[in-house]
Structure formats: C-alpha cells, structure tokens
Design a protein around this ligand. Structure first.
Ligand SMILES: [Zn+2]
Length: 120
C-alpha cells in the first residue's frame, strides 16, 4: 500500500465514522422528538379532561347547554376572521386607547374596551 492508498483509506474510515455519528445523532433526535410528542399528548389529555370537567359542572349548575358552548366556540374561533377550529390571536389596535391588543382577548388589556376582531 503506497502513501496515496493510505491517505485514501484514512479518508474512507473518517467518512464511515462521520456517517456512524450522523446516524447516532439522528436516532437520538428521533428519540427526543418521540419523547416530546408523548409529553405533549399527555398534556393535551390532561387539558381535555379539565375542559370536560369544567363544562359538565357548568352544564349541571347553570342553564347553559351544549348549543351555547358550540356558539361560543364559533364566536371565539372567528375572532381572527378564520373558522378553522383554532384560536389564532391577531394583533389589532384598540379603538378607544389605540394601543396594540390581541383578538384572543375579549377586552383591551389596557383600558377594558371590548376588542373588535378583524372580521368586524
Ligand atoms: Zn384600549
């Protein structure tokens, strides 16, 4: 084996080591993502349980109905101008104090004026 062959062989070993490390890094990253997904799923399950408990208590102790909550959910969903089943807060200017506020808030956090969404 001459000097050039040795050099080439070293480059091949280096490339193989690099590939092995990249594979291990990808496996670890995939593991971390899976762990984070499991944590977020558990958190969502907990939040869904709290929402259900709160809604059942409200329904039992008030005159509110499933239709009332559906209408309120639609109203809140539309505050950003898009019926997409998500709360997307959009910055808007308060019509009373002209400060920036967000459409997810029912009232301006500075002066208490009802927040008008982008659809109004
Ligand atoms: Zn205001």
């Amino acid at each position: 084996m001459d000097l050039f062959d040795l050099y080439q062989q070293k480059r091949i070993w280096d490339a193989e080591a690099k590939a092995d490390n990249a594979g291990r890094d990808a496996a670890h990253a995939s593991e971390r993502v899976a762990t984070e997904v499991r944590r977020l799923e558990a958190k969502i399950d907990g939040l869904a349980l709290i929402c259900e408990a709160l809604w059942e208590l409200l329904r039992e102790r008030t005159q509110l109905t499933d239709d009332d909550i559906r209408k309120k959910m639609q109203e809140i969903d539309l505050r950003d101008g898009v019926a997409d089943g998500k709360i997307t807060s959009v910055a808007t200017e308060c019509r009373k104090c002209q400060r920036k506020t967000f459409t997810r808030n029912p009232v301006c956090m500075y002066c208490g004026e009802p927040v008008t969404g982008v659809w109004r």
